[in-house]
Design a protein around this ligand. Structure first.
Ligand code: CCH
Length: 288
């Protein structure tokens, strides 16, 4: 008997576009949050769901959406991501056939595209898994560390130097919250638009330690309104990383292309797709 008669809903590309459109609509509708958008925190949810991947054991990654469960949801690195998960609950209610793991990654794609970023081709196929699949704490990066830590954490996922720098460009978006990570402030002047500003600021501004009682972070000396984490600053302290910071600062098109490719890879880590890369969907951006 067919899937149809068993009551299994086979979603089409058009169905996934409807989910995309609903998230995009809610992003506009619920603009009374942080800098006026849930976009950045949705990107962080997709990244933290995916960035638990360990290539050696093929565990973790976006397949499973195990951050729904207390052990993983309570990991220090995931503080504040409940805002993103709760934002998506009405979408899950409206489209109950989509898995949380597909929904969270699709939401990251939607947020990047709606914040004027590049198209991020995406495909479905993730299945939610139970609490037993929660990953151990410590798989996500620690902002107080240096380039060796960045290479250890992202190397474990299977990324090279170039990809690590491209991924870090996501910090053109959003901000740090004292009640989540303990750090404070945005990286860039336009935290709800995807740009290569993060790389330009890293190179062009003078950065000094912020004088405060919080965790060690940098502030720009001219306006004292922007921030960098120790791990961000490692990207210009390390010669190999810095080459890529310079490439992306110089050419926003190169950044957009390599950022898109590396986000596609991030969101697919460890997912046992039945579909092929050619089956990826390029969602249509909303017109405003
Ligand atoms: Fe990040 N990130 N991130 N980050 N991140 C934080 C916020 C965002 C690190 C630490 C932090 C990536 C890599 C790293 C986003 C996307 C990505 C915060 C503040 C810390 C701390 C959290 C808070 O207080 O709310 C470290 C360390 C690394 C690597 O070494 C990568 C990779 C991505 C995506 C591809 C986004 C977006 C935010 C903003 C979230 C918000 O709520 O505004």
């Amino acid at each position: 008997s067919s899937d149809e008669t068993q009551g299994i809903f086979k979603a089409t590309k058009e169905d996934y576009q409807k989910v995309y459109d609903e998230i995009a609509r809610l992003l506009v509708d619920k603009d009374d949050y942080d800098d006026g958008s849930y976009g950045p925190v949705l990107v962080r949810l997709a990244w933290h769901a995916s960035g638990t991947y360990d290539a050696a054991t093929n565990t973790g990654g976006s397949n499973g959406a195990t951050m729904r469960f207390a052990p993983e949801g309570d990991h220090g690195a995931n503080a504040g991501l409940k805002h993103a998960r709760d934002f998506l609950e009405p979408v899950k209610e409206k489209f109950p056939w989509i898995s949380y793991s597909d929904l969270w990654t699709l939401a990251g794609v939607c947020a990047i595209q709606e914040m004027q970023g590049p198209i991020i081709p995406w495909r479905p196929g993730r299945q939610d898994r139970d609490v037993a699949f929660c990953t151990p704490d410590g798989r996500l990066p620690d902002a107080s560390k240096d380039q060796n830590h960045i290479r250890a954490i992202f190397g474990r996922m299977g990324f090279d130097d170039r990809e690590m720098v491209a991924l870090s460009g996501a910090h053109s978006l959003g901000r740090c919250h004292t009640d989540r990570s303990g750090y404070d402030g945005p990286w860039a002047f336009s935290p709800t638009v995807v740009t290569n500003e993060y790389f330009r600021l890293l190179l062009d501004e003078k950065w000094g330690w912020k004088k405060w009682n919080g965790p060690a972070q940098y502030e720009d000396q001219s306006t004292k309104s922007l921030m960098m984490l120790p791990t961000d600053m490692a990207l210009i302290k390390d010669k190999e990383f810095k080459k890529h910071v310079e490439r992306y600062a110089k050419d926003s098109q190169v950044f957009f292309k390599e950022f898109s490719d590396v986000i596609v890879k991030l969101l697919e880590l460890g997912v046992p797709f039945e579909s092929k890369p050619e089956d990826r969907i390029s969602f249509k951006v909303s017109d405003d």
